[in-house]
Write a protein that binds this ligand. Sequence first.
Ligand code: HEM
Ligand SMILES: Nc1nc2c(c(=O)[nH]1)N[C@H]1C(S)=C(S)[C@@H](COP(=O)(O)O)O[C@H]1N2
Ligand SMILES: [Mo]
Length: 855
Amino acid sequence: MSVGSNTEEGVDDGVELLLPLPTQAPSTVLEIDQKTPDMHVCRDPRLIRLTGAHPFNAEAPLTALLDEGFLTSPELFFVRNHGPVPEVLDNEIPDWEFTVSGLVENPMTIRLHELMNKRTYEQHTYPITLVCAGNRRKEQNQVRKSNGFSWGAAGVSTALFTGVLMSDVVRLAGPCRKARYVCMEGADKLPNGHYGTCVKLNWVMDQNKGIMLAYKMNGEMLRPDHGRPLRAVVPGQIGGRSVKWLKKLILTEAPSNNYYHIYDNRVLPTMVSPEVAANEPKWWTDERYAIYDLSPNSVIAKPAHDETVSPVGGPETYRATGYAYGGGGRRITRVDVSLDQGGTWRLADIDYAEDSYRKASRALYGGKLDFQWRDTSFCWCFWALDIPMKDLVDAKDLVVRCMDEGMCVQPRDMYWSVLGMINACWFRVAINIEGDLLRFEHPTQPALIPGGWMEHVKKAGGDLTDGFWGERIAAGGQETTKQATRLVKEISMKKEGLDRKIAIDELRNHSGVKSPWFVVDGEVYDGTKFLQEHPGGAQSIIGAAATDTTDEFVAIHSETAKAMMPSYHIGTLDTVAKAVLAMGAASQGNAEESRREVFLQSKIWSTARLHAKNNVSWDTRVFTYKLDHDDQSLGLHTGQHLMMRLRDPVTREAIVRCYTPISEIDKKGYVDVLVKVYFADKTRKGGAMSTAMDSLPLGHTVDMKGPIGKFEYHGCGEYSLNGAKKHAKRFVMICAGSGVTPIYQVFRAIMRDQRDPTTCIILDSNRLDDDILCRESLDALVSEGRGRGRLICTLTNGSDRWKGMRGRISGEMVAQICPRSAETVVLVCGPEDMEKSLRVSLEDNGWKKEQVIFF
Ligand code: HEM
Ligand SMILES: Nc1nc2c(c(=O)[nH]1)N[C@H]1C(S)=C(S)[C@@H](COP(=O)(O)O)O[C@H]1N2
Ligand SMILES: [Mo]
């Protein structure tokens, strides 16, 4: 199987290996991730986000990436996630299961700890470069927006992956004779099913190809964004084939029919326009257009974008450097640099860092390096060329191209196609003379970041559709991109004849999960009907709700997507609304906002962080949430409630419930909420909200909005009901279970205020002795009230020791403890069936409708 003889780790083979730099895994969940399903993933803030907050797609700044050298730290390694990152806890890793099924003699279910067992499976460690097929797509998007977001030139990274050869697993399962493909599927649930794709079976079985199932990256277990705990790694092919969070291998006769295999990672012929592609499925299912092997590509990293050099008084030469990679295991055999736009070329030096591993015979991270016999190139290489400074001064630009061992060379012209993939045209850095300095300019900057010579050329009306950088009229020859882009027309996203003005409040009322509206170029769109089918996931639309998302939307979406927009168009912002949104944009990230005096806002959700969690009993908790700052007040009046929004940890759906805090109404900086957790058992489902609240880790966030509620207590018997001022001399406060919280709040206000002559009787119903919530605090308040308050508890299932009242609360029970009178008001808060029965029995006992208030 392999040639390496000495597989013992630690044995000194005298070879100096490139090992990863020490890294520190990020340990905080960034603010931007806290409101998304990735609220469990810690990330490096240096990564540049390409698709807004979610899903997470990101690359490192090009210079930072190259500064890391041959091996990329996991935290700077590019990330391409089609959807949420599956959460896998440490203790779940050993039992992570994947299956091998389909056309095999012996279907298998394998757990990760079995796969990691050296006696069953030989373990391997290989250096492997992964590249997203979208690497350098921003350049294509500058020419004509494709159906893909704007990668810069850092959608490529390298790491040492440790795992088991996929062939060893497949061989144990025994492929049937008809099997030709190995389909793979990940655990990430996306709008169109799980992410999945395939590779050819005979490539999997080919030892040269090195296709593996990896669990370690640079010696540590995979991090969440990179497939923790198990992924496929396919050297020499586009990153899209290296399925993360791997759950299934399925051997089949035909290529994968997974949605993402068909509609992603393809180079359709250049004349297939976005409209044609959208209307004619046959283009998508033609396996010839699926990308497997990467093609030769090279990029200039230094000079960096915006770098300046002084050509006089310094060194006589300038060292230009960059990366190059090939595909299919083919080595890059030359890198050429031109200073006269391809007229003449200079040969650069190439450093094949990967080759150092070929000399070693030891094992690394528990896996055989096994590279001595291997001829294939799995990794990028770095090129360097010393250029006399005077040549730079005379040149307009630097251009790089490379060639692989199959003599395949990068083309001058761009090949534009609908998905914007495999951009491999010559990489050009423009040289601008600014006074005494040379200033360098890359073609683009990733994502929405402005800058780059393509932008100027476009603005100046230059032609970007050929390989002449707007410098001259193309003299015939290769015109692929011209053809593909000749028919570009402005796509209108507006619905014709629509004439509706939308005010800011109306927009803000659609900030939620239920009916998210968002704004692009002053126009309002309702995303509700598209949530489930949205290729970017429901979360990205919800995240944009009630905001102006023009930049992000335009940057991400293709003409096809834009053409869909008229059917979601519902109106135009009015002038005031436009001004408000513009102001909002200006103050974004401004500390002013979070210095607000009052935390709660009635129309906008505010985010609070879970600060502490105290168990009051086995099923009852007090959660303390931290507001924006220590001097901030919550913004509730006595008797009012707030709405809390949380994401279901399993389904990721938002859940909204009302709560009355138990903390003092004027407490600053924090709010305490008492919650009874309804755990699932054999007879019932758990309470969605209370279990979600209970499983939220400290430091994570919930959203709050308020105040809400029709009742408000002002003191000394004054209260208002739906805004109308009223007065009471006595309150009968009826509650059950956690319905005690609003009662508690009003009771406390009255008992604590010695000038308040109002009297109160609480009638609190529970099942068991231990179910009575806040009993001690209520007793303490009774004594503070000096005879103005009483607490009566009744149990429906009390123990023998229980000396108090028994039975459900009814009109008769109320009559027993407190005679009816004109200036008595009954407050009720409990489960729906209790409220219903009391509504009837209190009336039967002569209480007037307006005397009974249901919270
Ligand atoms: C009804 C409104 C929307 C429609 C019809 C729509 C349509 C689409 C389509 C067709 C795609 C696939 C790629 C393409 O063809 O460009 C896409 C991807 C995407 N959309 Fe939307 N979209 C909508 C709203 C939004 C909003 C408001 C956002 C957030 C600003 C958003 C974020 C994304 C993201 C992040 C992706 C890329 C996902 C990925 O490739 O990983 N979309 N959308
Ligand atoms: N399960 C799953 N696997 C996946 C993806 C995904 O979204 N889900 N993205 C693919 C794509 S397109 C690329 S380029 C690589 C990126 O791997 P990385 O995020 O570890 O860099 O993962 C591939 N594997
Ligand atoms: Mo990718």
